[in-house]
Design a protein around this ligand. Structure first.
Ligand SMILES: [Mg+2]
Length: 100
């Protein structure tokens, strides 16, 4: 994960794009990319969605990657350590939803 984060941030930095990255636009970009992912499954049933995903796996992969890339940019701008944030949230979820 760390290697991916470094590569994504380097891609941005060598192009001088960080100055365009503010929290609002990055949050919007995450939603826009998530919508592009959702669009692949528009008007298909839950059952059909497995087959649609298989037939469009390249597009699905690209949109999943786009979402993660913008998430990495947002976390960087807000100085959020993604690993810490995920582990802290998992801990809260474990307390909220204990295994029976
Ligand atoms: Mg996209």
């Amino acid at each position: 994960m760390l290697k991916v984060v470094e590569r994504v941030l380097k891609f941005r930095d060598v192009r001088g794009w960080k100055k365009y990255h503010n929290p609002k636009d990055l949050a919007a970009s995450i939603v826009i990319e998530a919508s592009e992912l959702l669009e692949i499954f528009q008007w298909v049933s839950e059952e059909e969605s497995y087959d649609v995903a298989r037939r469009n796996i390249e597009r699905v992969r690209e949109e999943v990657a786009d979402i993660l890339i913008y998430l990495i940019y947002l976390a960087d701008v807000l100085q959020i350590d993604l690993e810490d944030a995920v582990l802290e949230k998992l801990k809260k979820n474990e307390e909220k939803y204990p295994v029976e």
